[in-house]
Design a protein around this ligand. Structure first.
Ligand code: FO1
Length: 318
């Protein structure tokens, strides 16, 4: 029998992450779990080509957050960057609805150059991480393009960033369209096959986590392999901490609650973590624990990561 009474640092942890919420929890985990035992698998459904460059918003948000160079106001982009290039693009009549700061542009330029030389997104991400001195493995969910599309209630099919940024996630969502036949990389499969613990970060379940689970064979591996899958609710006090998760739940006819998120993940998840604010209202079938899950600063990230790992170990030892 496996002895689960090991120090926290001995477990191999995989975190599935989307944008800002995922990046915060990943950064907290990186402070506790030794780099060799931590892998972050990131949604690339938001990726697109812009101004001729490959932009990978969630990969970059996770990278910048772990490197300590993220813009603290927006959560995306880099701290202290200028917008002079974007302003010049606007003056030239170019597309400026998706704002790329000058330091962030350096990432997209380098990525696009290396991809043009034939490197995979996994290899390019490893290169960028090593130059940003990031030690844990940050992996794109796939090396194949896997664009998420949004079918809006007014009958349009919009690329994700057009819906999210250009239209400020206002068009009501009728359906989220995820591509078929996208395969995970060997590195992702290996990380999941050898994981003790998989943590689903408090990212948007529909447009951050589902695109990862949709990549073959990630969902099946989660069902079969790790000792435990723990998910953290992105809904706190009946609201999304950031972004459109709550609005999307309403539009898709769901109740906006941690209970509804737990039901949505269903049997895929062994342990569901929701916020203490929701303790009175939460009703769940499986194992669930209430914690303080708000990550307002670096201390908050570390606290939530520690508590989530601790609760997961208690679940394993029960
Ligand atoms: N989000 C915005 O709301 N407006 C922007 O102009 C914008 C630019 C941007 C540039 C680089 C990057 O990595 C992310 C950027 N984001 C922007 C955020 C991003 O598109 C979304 O938050 C994610 O795709 C959702 O996780």
């Amino acid at each position: 029998m496996t002895d689960y009474r090991l120090p926290i640092t001995d477990y191999r942890v995989v975190c599935l992450a989307g944008g800002v919420g995922g990046a915060k929890l990943a950064a907290g985990l990186a402070e506790i779990v030794p780099p060799a035992n931590l892998t972050i698998i990131v949604n690339t459904g938001d990726d697109f080509q812009h101004l001729g460059l490959t932009v990978c918003p969630d990969l970059d948000t996770v990278m910048y957050t772990l490197a300590g160079v993220a813009n603290p106001e927006t959560g995306w982009g880099r701290a202290g960057e200028s917008w002079r290039t974007m302003e010049a693009v606007a003056r030239l009549g170019g597309p400026d609805w998706f704002r790329l700061g000058d330091l962030d542009l350096a990432t997209h330029l380098t990525r696009t150059q290396l991809q043009g030389e034939g490197q995979t997104l996994t290899a390019v991400t490893r290169h960028l991480c090593s130059h940003l001195h990031i030690q844990p493995a940050i992996l794109p969910m796939s090396d194949q393009p896997a664009p998420t599309m949004i079918a809006s209630a007014d009958g349009r099919i919009l690329p994700f960033q057009t819906w999210f940024v250009r239209e400020r996630w206002q068009p009501p969502v009728r359906q989220i369209i995820l591509p078929e036949d996208v395969k995970a990389t060997h590195t992702v499969v290996r990380a999941l096959e050898t994981a003790d613990i998989v943590i689903i970060a408090p990212s948007n379940p529909f447009v951050s986590i589902d695109p990862i689970l949709n990549v073959y064979p990630i969902r099946a591996l989660l069902e079969d392999v790790p000792q435990v899958v723990t998910a953290v609710s992105p809904i706190i006090g009946g609201q999304a901490v950031k972004g459109p998760a709550a609005k999307m739940m309403q539009e898709m006819g769901m109740e906006v609650s941690a209970t509804a998120v737990a039901a949505y993940y269903g049997d895929l998840v062994d342990l569901f973590i929701y916020d203490r604010q929701d303790a009175g209202a939460f009703v769940g079938r499986g194992d669930a624990v209430a914690l303080d899950t708000m990550m307002l600063d670096g201390d908050g990230r570390l606290r939530v990561a520690t508590d989530v790992l601790q609760a997961t170990l208690e679940y394993l030892n029960a």
